[in-house]
Design a protein around this ligand. Structure first.
Ligand SMILES: C[S@@+](CC[C@H](N)C(=O)[O-])C[C@H]1O[C@@H](n2cnc3c(N)ncnc32)[C@H](O)[C@@H]1O
Length: 188
């Protein structure tokens, strides 16, 4: 079974981590190239729904040794995948693993940037998600949202962006990413 049901929403199972973290994906969705325009050295950044860390590790490369990446996920199994990947590397210092609850991110540190890549459609209460992000994000901090092109309709995607805007975020960019609907928002 590809998907697990968690109170009505599908959550990508740990068994699918390999497809999220593949070389083929890297060819069409290069994490470094996608995120470099938004993340700077020394930043503290948050990857919510990080999965096996396809983006988290490149985020750690960009923030450098004085920056921090909080890699947050609902599933211990996903966090375990990242933990094993960074064990004994320079990224161990830079990446903080964080276990979220279904309706609570629970990060107390203020961050400069939040990544929500292919995860918003799995969250039970999207308004609550953006409300909490508003409290975690520093002023002028940015949120990068990407959802799978066909899995999430234009209407649902735009409706979710509206929910984010109602929580104090404004759209600043629509980057083009293969197979995705996207928006970059900024805290007003
Ligand atoms: C499709 S995967 C995407 C993983 C990663 N962002 C990527 O693009 O490779 C979605 C991830 O979001 C996580 N997730 C789902 N609901 C969540 C929630 N409410 N809070 C935190 N993580 C969640 C899942 O456990 C899963 O690892």
């Amino acid at each position: 079974m590809w998907w697990l049901r968690l109170k009505g929403k599908h959550v990508c199972p740990v068994e699918r981590a390999g497809t999220l973290d593949s070389r083929i994906r890297r060819l069409v969705q290069n994490p470094y190239k996608i995120l470099k325009p938004y993340i700077k050295k020394n930043m503290t950044v948050l990857d919510i729904g990080c999965g096996p860390g396809f983006f988290s590790i490149d985020m750690a490369k960009i923030v450098g040794s004085s920056g921090r990446v909080i890699a947050a996920d609902l599933q211990y199994g996903m966090l375990e995948k990242i933990k094993n990947k960074i064990k004994g590397t320079k990224f161990q210092e830079r990446i903080i693993l964080h276990k979220c609850e279904k309706d609570k991110i629970g990060v107390t540190k203020k961050v400069d940037f939040v990544l929500l890549f292919y995860m918003v459609h799995e969250v039970p209460d999207i308004e609550l998600l953006f409300k909490e992000i508003g409290t975690i994000l520093k002023p002028k901090g940015q949120v990068f949202i990407a959802e799978p092109l066909f899995h999430v309709s234009k209407q649902v995607f735009e409706n979710n962006i509206k929910k984010a805007c109602n929580k104090g975020l404004k759209i600043v960019q629509r980057p083009r990413i293969f197979f995705s609907k996207t928006a970059v928002l900024e805290k007003t």
